[in-house]
Design a binder for this molecule. Sequence first.
Ligand code: GLU
Length: 439
Amino acid sequence: MSSKPSNPAHLPAPTAHPLPSYLNADHVGPWGIFLQQVDRVEPYLGNLARWVETLKRPKRILIVDVPIHLDDGSVAHFEGYRVQHNTSRGPGKGGVRFHQDVTLSEVMALSAWMSVKNAAVNVPYGGAKGGIRVDPKTLSRGELERMTRRYTSEIGIIIGPNKDIPAPDVNTNDQIMAWMMDTYSMNQGSTATGVVTGKPVDLGGSLGRREATGRGVFTVGVEAAKHIGMDVSKARVAVQGFGNVGGVAGKLFAEAGARVVAVQDHGGTIYREAGLDVPALLRHVAEHGSVGGFKDAEVLANDKFWEVPCDILIPAALEQQITKTNAGRIQAKMIIEGANGPTTPEADDILHERNILVLPDVIANAGGVTVSYFEWVQDFSSFFWDEDEINARLVKVMRDAFTAIWQVSNDHKVSLRTATFIVACKRILHTRELRGLYP
Ligand code: GLU
């Protein structure tokens, strides 16, 4: 019996069949943006480009119906998703968001960005993401819990500590992770803390996880500032979104001496040239749910946020915020993407031409999943580290990853986004090739 060639390099390349309609490049929205980003990286992939189709097709897409009893006794149905984009490097990993604008296209793109992000910081995960199309502010606490539990049960067939590990994202938090962990554990008959990350510290969560994404944003910002000769202690910072990511990043920049001059969230846009009182603003947001109504600040029209005089702009809310209509007005020298997908490809080009440095999401906000990885490792070993150790390890991972990407960006004369995609996609496709196709 003749044996098949064992060297994967000798295997014929997979044939490029047209993409199914729901994956099509004509797709506008986040998935279409991801496909454009893949096109930009393809010329730099060398022989691994033969596997590039892998990136354009999520491995597994699950759409679930989530019916629950509302408090008034009626039944409501919500649309839930879990997409595993790629698992070549390890289990799927990525957050779950609850938002009224969640769509399949968005969750697919977010799952793909997780594959890239996890490979960029070299944590041993593939990429996944989930979401429910719902405005959680319209639900009572009981309704929120029932929806979370039913959703977890429905996606329970594809998640697990070694399969796919959800985490918090937009409008989800440690309490929601506790309900997800409990539901999964109840269904399987034993406690599995490692099935989600971002849990409460008393339930197998990690110290430093809540602040990790913002800390990572700050860390890469400081590294990049060194490269372009910017003094962070004198910088003016504008932040969109003042929650887990933007709020923490704003606080760390303010502690480093920077002036946080403008903040925008769903409650409006506030500005103070001399710098906002960040600790007071954080207390205000914790109490009132948004920056709206904060004293000691001017109120700006929302669109004016994009043109405030500043050195560092941190979009830390949702995707597609920096577009061709506002990219030309941005005054910052550096943009740090705390959010996933905040800049459209057209805007990326405008910013590049205008010599504005963009630190892309796939590296800038990787601090969250990096500490998620630490949490997962701690859960497996049931041995927990102190916060200093976690923060020190986080800073090292982020700095090392950023330095390598900066080098690739210089070597190939490409943007940091394309450089991050080069590093990450090569890692993903290399494991794809090593593993080969089954059967
Ligand atoms: N939702 C976060 C992100 O977009 C964290 C994901 C995780 O920790 O798995 O990176």
